[in-house]
Design a protein around this ligand. Structure first.
Ligand code: 6GU
Length: 238
């Protein structure tokens, strides 16, 4: 699959591309990421990408023309590109959206900036508008990295083991169980005894209970649907 990122800060992505899973996936040609400077699609001497909002107010708005030109130039080879506009006004990005995008052969990520993006980009160019959460970032660049990371690790063969992505939180509908490593006692705090028994059934039961408790405490919304809890879950929670 291919990602094309449109940004006015292309170097923002250097570190992201240089490390970890993303670097390895690119080296193995499992994914292609191209970062583009939006100013390359301006025609004026000053390479201006923004302008004042109609109706007044402070702040500047990203102009439609460079964005339309860039997306059209970058997508004319692909039949069904996903064209994603990243703004705080978007629909919330989640694991289901990551799965959906991971099935796409091309994803264009348009990073919003300043006080906004001309709404015609959302209306007539983007196939969807996404936000990564309920807080405001100064630009869509960190969000583009979040989306790429979540999507790339779902692609076949990118993670070490083919099943690793399937056991994760948000796939299972609850948070992961807590993990520990050596030492068995650190600053007086012991690793739960169940994990040291070597009894696989006991370990599994402990993990299930611990995951449920953590989910109830940090993300009760994930357990709001009672059909997601079976009898064992209910017993473990009491
Ligand atoms: Cl995609 N962009 C910006 N600027 N802020 C955000 C966001 C995106 N998602 C959450 N906050």
């Amino acid at each position: 699959m291919r990602f094309d990122v449109l940004t006015i800060f292309p170097t923002f992505f250097d570190g992201f591309l240089a490390h970890g899973i993303v670097r390895r996936a690119r080296e193995r040609r499992q994914v292609d990421v191209a970062v583009h400077d939006l100013r390359d699609w301006t025609y004026d001497r000053h390479r201006i990408v923004d302008d004042r909002p109609y109706g007044g107010e402070d702040g500047m708005v990203l102009k439609p023309e460079p964005i339309f030109r860039a997306v059209e130039a970058l997508t004319h080879h692909q039949p069904n590109p996903s064209i994603v506009l990243l703004t705080p006004q978007g629909r919330r990005f989640d694991q289901a959206a990551a799965y959906r995008l991971s099935q796409s052969s091309q994803v264009v990520l348009i990073c919003g900036r300043y006080e906004g993006v001309d709404e015609r980009v959302a209306q007539y160019l983007a196939t969807e508008e996404l936000s990564i959460g309920d807080y405001v970032l100064s630009g869509g660049e960190p969000a583009a990295m979040v989306v790429m990371d979540a999507v790339i690790r779902l692609r076949p063969d990118v993670l070490g083991s083919p099943t690793s992505a399937q056991h994760e939180s948000f796939q299972t509908g609850r948070l992961d169980y807590p993990v520990y490593t050596r030492p068995a006692r650190y600053r007086g705090h012991a690793v739960p005894a169940e994990l040291l028994t070597g009894n696989h059934a006991e370990v599994e039961l402990w993990r299930r209970r611990a995951a449920l408790r953590k989910t109830l405490c940090h993300r009760p919304d994930l357990l709001a649907d009672p059909t997601r809890l079976d009898d064992t879950d209910r017993r473990l929670l009491t």
